[in-house]
Design a protein around this ligand. Sequence first.
Ligand SMILES: [Ca+2]
Ligand SMILES: [Ca+2]
Ligand SMILES: [Ca+2]
Ligand SMILES: [Ca+2]
Length: 317
Amino acid sequence: MKKKNKMNFSVLLISIVCVALLVAPVCNAVVKPTMLETLGKNHSLEIKKQLDNYPLQEGTEYWAVLFAVGVYYNNPDKDRPSMLEAVNDLYDVLIDSPQWQPDHIRMTTGEQATGKNLVKDLIWLIRNEDKDDMSLVYITTHGFPLKGPEGNPIDLPPRDEADGADEILVMYEGFDKWYAVIWDDLLNFFLSLLQSQGVCLIVDSCFSGGFNDSPMFEGFIPEEYTAETFTQGFVEDLATQGRVVLMSCREDELSYGSIFSDLLIEGFLGWGDVFGNGDGINSAEESFAFAKFWLDLFGEQHPTMLDLFPGEYPVTY
Ligand SMILES: [Ca+2]
Ligand SMILES: [Ca+2]
Ligand SMILES: [Ca+2]
Ligand SMILES: [Ca+2]
């Protein structure tokens, strides 16, 4: 991930707020309570009515794994403190919304952000969630296409890359030890084991557009498939996973600072819905559209989305 100084981002945010004030004078703050006040009492009642009718099953729990590396063993020049700030901001915005509980969110950062711990976090998620739940995984670190010593692209099995290279994410020791990385197939494997009705993956890294791999196992019926495995519903559950993936840039692009995360979080704070359908819910799709609008305008990085979730994935109310 390329460094961008804080100054530039401050200018960006100020510009965003100014332009947003011009195009949406009804919204004079980014914090939710103020927004709701400005939307008026009648509108709030309407929102409440819609939330009451929101088609989520009783017993739906929201689970999250938030993972930010931000510091790198033996390579301080690669450190990106903005990643650690972004993950804290994301945590705050989630727990500010009633469906997210602190004991349902696992956050790993800095020196703890090793590949082993990411796998542990994902296993924790897999063991806790079930099929009427919603899961969210956020990862931010440096990313690269996987290449051999000669610079040749490498696509580990499954061979699923149009550009010939899997994408890798650098863990805490990743600039010191070549193997301290997680690649997209491995991440996709763990995500594909989730039974949640909705899975939202957010990746903020260079080349993150390569994390658009479809869930594994879909429509896949193994040879040893038996009546017993069918009654357990295992494969059926995997096949029904609705996934939405929000990525900070295209597969062949760099990502700057933590601007994508910061804008997405602004979306979750309320701007997503303000520029979206105004139903009181900041969905992943709406917040992505908000972030994409601004980043496309600047033209340096172009966020991408893989949306296999029917309807919209509700992130904050
Ligand atoms: Ca692959
Ligand atoms: Ca690729
Ligand atoms: Ca890929
Ligand atoms: Ca909405």
